[in-house]
Design a protein around this ligand. Sequence first.
Ligand code: FES
Ligand code: FES
Length: 177
Amino acid sequence: MTAVDVKFTVNGNEHVLSVEPHERLVDVLRGRLGLTGTKMGCGEGECGACTVIMDGRAVLSCLTLAVQAQGSDLLTIEGLAADGPEAGLHPLQKAFISEAAIQCGYCTPGMILTAKTLLDRDPEPTPGAVKESIIGNLCRCTGYDKPVKAILAAAAEMRAAARDAAATATGAERGES
Ligand code: FES
Ligand code: FES
């Protein structure tokens, strides 16, 4: 088969790669770009371990061909923590640590990225909405209670940060110091 050139952005870095038409995105991310934070579990769309965010949507990279990522903007777990002056773990990553929601950790990158897409569209999810959102992310270790608590804690933290930022911006507009 003839290789195809694909161009996409991963965690803010642009890549142009020659891929085989049958190459899976998970293999390109892990094997060719060294982004092994994306986990390979079932390979059949059942476990969610391979979840990445493509153009704002959580996708299973084991069921996505690399050619389907043409022109897209991808986020893997490696790109979630902020760089530069805002450096630090994402609130979801911090909450998974503080709530002890990680055991073996194999499901964690996919679960956190799935949760990010939930919080991006619903900053104040109910516990039921959180549970529903991670229904495709299988975890053999935690029993799900702690990940759900962690996602709710991260949501609360992000709402508080947004309120603080809005208050600071309003104060700045009024010329308060
Ligand atoms: S490895 Fe992709 S869903 Fe299990
Ligand atoms: S922490 Fe082990 S599979 Fe979820």
